[in-house]
Design a protein around this ligand. Structure first.
Ligand code: UFG
Length: 334
């Protein structure tokens, strides 16, 4: 099949993960249209395709855009992503991540778009009974962020159940980090909360110290364990998902992670090693909504797509994040 001539509509394509996927698809020759309200995304991050700056609460605009572009598939990234913020402001999350996803799906159905890739999250599992956690584990989110994504997964499941022509892939991301090795794009949040970005910025002097949220978890060193995945490997999972759907593939729900975990302390040590800077840390209380450990059972995505991660190395992930942060400063802050 001539994949590269296909038109793909990408929501949130100016954001961190979306922009890496846009770059990979653009490099492959796909025709792209990006729809993003720029609340956390940046126009400079969109390396391919036209950018429509608008919100997903505007269903009429989505319909009009889809009618003009006539995409073969939709990839839906646009969402809020911070666990702690979602605990304090749950309705913000349900509005954007759930209600606006419903707008997009209604518009897609109306316009006859029947292939859909959804950015889901490991947060749908809550505190899994087993780690690594497989896709058939019960969904018991412990924060509104995870709940908002679990509901959208349910929309997709029910929609596909009732209509055999509609096919979707939900990708459950574990902890995404690092940046484009060419240094063109990377994470650019105004006030990042994610561990690796926060630690890298602490090493570079943006914050006086890094808080370690919770040191009394039932884990080997008492800090939380996560499965950190390089954003380029996550992008290649999307490329595989797209090819799979365009080739007539069936509905899938797939974990995206490496199947191994690192503690907060191990990540901090790696950031110190990469940067050569012994920045300060401070033990802090547990952060609301944090599960102790989340590690992906990734066998299903490997079997289904033949997905081959190429950057499965914490040192490389942290180095990529650190190099990007330095590049970002030079390019945008001086
Ligand atoms: N942490 C710190 N100090 C910080 C920042 C984070 O100790 O300054 C800790 C957190 O408490 C947590 C771990 O580092 O234990 C990872 O936290 P992140 O904020 O980097 O990431 P989360 O695990 O909260 O969430 C991320 C994504 C979600 C996704 C989840 C899946 O934001 O979208 O990973 O594992 F669902």
């Amino acid at each position: 099949m001539d994949y590269e001539k296909k038109r793909i509509f990408v929501t949130g394509g100016a954001g961190y993960i979306g922009s890496h996927v846009v770059k990979m698809l653009g490099d492959q020759g796909y025709e792209l249209l990006i729809y993003d309200n720029l609340s956390t995304g940046n126009p400079w991050a969109v390396l391919y395709g036209d950018l429509v700056v608008n919100d997903l609460n505007d269903k009429e605009k989505i319909i009009q855009t889809l009618q003009n572009f006539k995409p073969h598939a939709i990839i839906h990234f646009a969402a809020f992503i911070e666990v702690a913020e979602s605990v304090g402001n749950p309705l913000k999350y349900f509005r954007n991540n759930t209600a606006n996803a419903l707008n997009l799906l209604e518009a897609a159905r109306l316009c006859g778009v029947d292939k859909f890739i959804f950015s889901s999250t490991a947060a749908v599992y809550g505190i899994p009974a087993e780690n690594p956690v497989a896709e058939d584990a019960p969904l018991k989110p412990i924060n509104p962020y995870g709940a908002s994504k679990a509901m959208t997964e349910k929309f997709l499941e029910d929609l596909a159940f009732g209509d055999d022509s509609f096919k979707y892939v939900s990708l459950r991301y574990f902890n995404v980090a690092s940046a484009d090795p060419e240094g063109k794009i990377g994470q650019a949040y105004r006030n990042p909360t994610h561990l690796i970005t926060r630690a890298v910025k602490t090493a570079l002097g943006d914050y006086p110290q890094l808080q370690v949220f919770g040191t009394d978890y039932d884990t080997p060193d008492g800090t939380c364990i996560r499965d950190y995945i390089h954003v380029v490997d996550l992008a290649s999972a999307h490329l595989e998902a797209l090819k799979y759907l365009l080739a007539g593939g069936n509905n899938q729900v797939l974990n995206c992670g490496y199947g191994k975990g690192f503690s907060v302390k191990e990540v901090v040590d790696t950031v110190k090693e990469v940067s050569g800077i012994d920045f300060k840390t401070a033990d802090a209380p547990r952060r609301e909504g944090d599960p102790p450990a989340l590690i992906a059972d990734n066998r299903k995505i490997v079997e289904t797509f033949g997905w081959k991660p190429a950057h499965d190395d914490l040192f490389e992930i942290v180095k990529g994040a650190y190099e990007w942060e330095k590049t970002f400063r030079e390019r945008f802050r001086e």
